[in-house]
Design a protein around this ligand. Structure first.
Ligand SMILES: Nc1nc2c(ncn2[C@@H]2O[C@H](COP(=O)(O)OP(=O)(O)OP(=O)(O)O)[C@@H](O)[C@H]2O)c(=O)[nH]1
Ligand SMILES: [Mg+2]
Length: 351
């Protein structure tokens, strides 16, 4: 899962990136390059399965965070210069950082500015391609191209109306046709309100600003004090928890952001437990068993026969596959089985 962190210059992107990844990239000096971190998703269930199975190797799910360099050379942050570099298009979701600290902060304006820039960048791509595509469609009579042109026109109408593509009313088939363009305004957004340390405990001051905002691809506005969280991210486990609790923060931002990223993208985890490896896998909610098997290996999807499934809670309780079988907590599921979060799975396949 790739998450692109984006926002106006000096909004605290690198600070949040450091908080989420435990890295220590320089902040406050206008990043001139993007930063990348692949982090392990902490999951107590994986720890527990590993403790029970004593495998040679334990592998956690991963999130790939990209802190996008927003330096445009065009001017000061307050003038709202912002770039939408191409590397953003590879992200599955965007984490938008909005500055809610400092005396001159204008969060709502900055948020709108961001949405406008996103719309504009999609519009530029469509305008650049639509005529060529239309010509080719007419020349060749290719139905596929004609359909694409029609979808492009629908998108353009929405963008020209200052509406993100998430509001263009595209159905699944239409979205599939334009998938390769990776339009930004179709991506799910997680909006981080980067608040001042003095506003910890008083978050509603900022969340209220956005309470009435309805943007379809934004699920949530999450208040986080990036500065403190970054400092906490650099401490060891026990120290950091103590520090957090003293400040009245229940859970570190890193955990919150990971959990929100999962729910934003509609993702769940399943596990494989064996002697060589205990491992967490990430799939979309609603995925059927063969699809899930395909994340392990494409052969497993192609040659899928059945999945043998144990609920995590049962595995935790009985302690092994064998004990779960004896207790009747072992199920055989077929091609139609819809995976559940926390399934412990053994895939039977044949190629
Ligand atoms: N008070 C306060 N300051 C913060 C917070 N988060 C970031 N800052 C400060 O804001 C400044 C900019 O932070 P960065 O993380 O470098 O911001 P950025 O968005 O990466 O900036 P660019 O890379 O230049 O676009 C730094 O001086 C941070 O210390 C916060 O939660 N509270
Ligand atoms: Mg930066």
């Amino acid at each position: 899962m790739k998450i692109g962190i984006i926002g106006l210059p000096q909004s605290g992107k690198t600070t949040i990136f450091n908080a989420a990844s435990g890295k220590a990239e320089a902040v406050g000096d206008y990043s001139k390059a993007s930063h990348r971190a692949i982090i392990k998703v902490p999951d107590e269930r994986v720890d527990r399965l590993s403790e029970l199975a004593q495998p040679k190797k334990t592998t956690f799910a991963e999130i790939d965070y990209l802190d996008i360099c927003a330096f445009t050379g065009k001017g000061k942050a307050s003038e709202g210069a912002i770039d939408m570099p191409d590397e953003l298009r590879y992200a599955d979701a965007l984490m938008v950082v909005i500055r809610c600290f400092g005396s001159d902060c204008t969060p709502e304006r900055n948020f709108n500015l961001f949405i406008d820039e996103m719309i504009l960048s999609d519009q530029v791509i469509i305008e650049r391609n639509i005529e060529k595509k239309d010509r080719t469609a007419k020349l060749t009579g290719n139905k596929e191209f004609e359909r694409e042109v029609a979808v492009f026109r629908k998108c353009l109408a929405s963008l020209e109306n200052a509406q993100p593509l998430s509001e263009a009313g595209l159905d699944e088939a239409e979205k599939k046709l334009i998938k390769n363009y990776a339009f930004l305004s179709l991506k799910p957004l997680l909006v981080v309100l980067n608040i001042d340390e003095d506003d910890i405990g008083n978050e509603s001051r900022w969340t209220d600003v956005f309470a009435d905002k309805v943007v379809p691809n934004v699920r949530e506005f999450v208040p986080i004090c990036g500065k403190i969280e970054m400092e906490i991210g650099q401490l060891d486990g026990d120290d950091s928890l103590e520090f957090l609790n003293d400040l009245g923060i229940e859970r570190p931002a890193m955990e919150i952001l990971i959990q929100k990223s999962y729910s934003l993208l509609g993702l769940i985890s399943f596990f494989t437990v064996g002697d060589p490896e205990v491992r967490a896998w990430t799939i979309s909610k609603g995925a059927v068993a063969p699809k899930a098997a395909g994340t392990i290996h494409s052969d497993m999807e192609r040659g899928f026969i059945r999945a043998e499934v144990i609920d995590y809670d049962d595995f935790d309780h009985y302690g092994s596959t064998h004990a779960c079988k004896e207790a009747g907590k072992y199920r055989v599921e077929g091609k139609e089985y819809v995976m559940r979060d926390g399934d412990v799975v053994l895939v039977r396949f044949n190629i």
